[in-house]
Design a protein around this ligand. Structure first.
Ligand code: OKP
Ligand code: ZN
Length: 319
């Protein structure tokens, strides 16, 4: 497995998110990525390489140009330590802009694209340690700590060469990824997430959302109770993997979130640490060229080990 990572994300340091009108500490911290890369290094999961730089047209294939420009110009106008909570291009109040937001988000998209390019050149497994995450970012809206939709940008790029399945195992529904491919039949989106009746993003992730027009049947949502335990989760994961296998994709992109862990401060099913290598192993058993894209996971005490466990389980697909 190849790991794609850059520390450019360190320049993206929001202090606050607005939660029901109040400023609360920002949960999507840079310590998240630092603890993950430290665990990957110490457990020798694979070689770590920096992302290559890709042209903006890959971002424009998923996002409105005016939206991309807005993030770039507003980031550039801010002084260090200042934080903008914009009134425009937002789906919620969880994605403020700071001076480093554009650079960090652009490099996160580059990390995803670098992973996609490696798959096209024959690498079987890549993990792109993207920060900020991406699966809530839509055509012209940021939200849920996301600015550019790393997974959608990579999937869009790969879809020029073949059929793509996207599996989203973050605790939250990936509304931005779903939207990007909702009316397309050659990109399948399958997501396991907390029931939106009780969890962010509330507005999407329902079973009834199955795609539109020629994309009907190519979006599958599995909303789950917060009480979901390891065994129940693995049972639903098998159904999701069967759907993907039926689709017979050329490439698999995984929105990899670890906020499903029972001690996660903002998410949390009843999943324990020992299930993550099993999840990795089961996904690897699809035997597809796979791009793993980092999304959420907010328990910084456990996050590094959860990711390293998952990637080790993935590497060890026959064991
Ligand atoms: C992003 B990802 C708690 C409310 C925060 C926003 C959740 C964004 C999740 N302060 N709600 O999918 O991990
Ligand atoms: Zn999440």
């Amino acid at each position: 497995m190849i790991i794609v990572y850059t520390d450019t994300h360190l320049s993206h340091q929001p202090q606050y998110e607005v939660y029901d009108g109040r400023l609360v500490a920002y949960a999507e911290t840079s310590q998240r990525a630092e603890t993950i890369i430290a665990a990957i290094r110490s457990r020798k999961v694979g070689a770590i390489i920096p992302p290559r730089r890709f042209p903006l047209r890959h971002l424009y294939a998923v996002h409105q140009k005016q939206y991309v420009d807005f993030i770039r110009l507003r980031s550039a106008a801010l002084n260090a330590g200042n934080e903008l909570h914009p009134s425009y291009f937002m789906s919620d109040t969880y994605a403020p802009i700071v001076a480093g937001t554009y650079d960090a988000s652009r490099r996160a998209a580059d990390a995803a694209l670098t992973g996609a390019e490696l798959l096209l050149r024959g690498t079987r497994h890549v993990y792109s340690l993207c920060r900020p995450p991406g699966h809530h970012a839509a055509h012209h809206t940021m939200g849920g700590y996301c600015y550019f939709n790393n997974a959608a940008i990579a999937a869009e790029y790969l879809s020029r060469t073949g059929r793509i399945a996207i599996l989203d195992i973050d605790f939250h529904h990936g509304n931005g990824v779903q939207d990007a491919f909702y009316d397309r039949s050659e990109v399948l989106y399958v997501s396991l997430h907390a029931d939106p009746v009780i969890s962010y993003p509330y507005s999407s992730g329902y079973t009834i959302e199955q795609g539109a027009h020629e994309g009907f049947g190519y979006t599958t949502n599995y909303p789950l109770s917060r009480q979901t335990n390891n065994k129940q989760y693995l049972r639903v994961l098998s159904k999701a993997l069967a759907r993907i296998s039926d689709f017979s994709p050329d490439y698999l992109v995984v929105c990899t979130g670890f906020d499903t862990f029972y001690l996660d401060p903002i998410g949390g099913f009843q999943l324990t640490a020992d299930v993550y290598p099993v999840i990795g192993n089961r996904i690897a058993s699809l035997n597809l060229p796979t791009l793993l894209i980092q999304e959420g996971g907010y328990n910084v005490t456990h996050l590094g080990n959860l990711v390293a466990d998952f990637l080790s389980g993935f590497n060890n697909k026959n064991g």
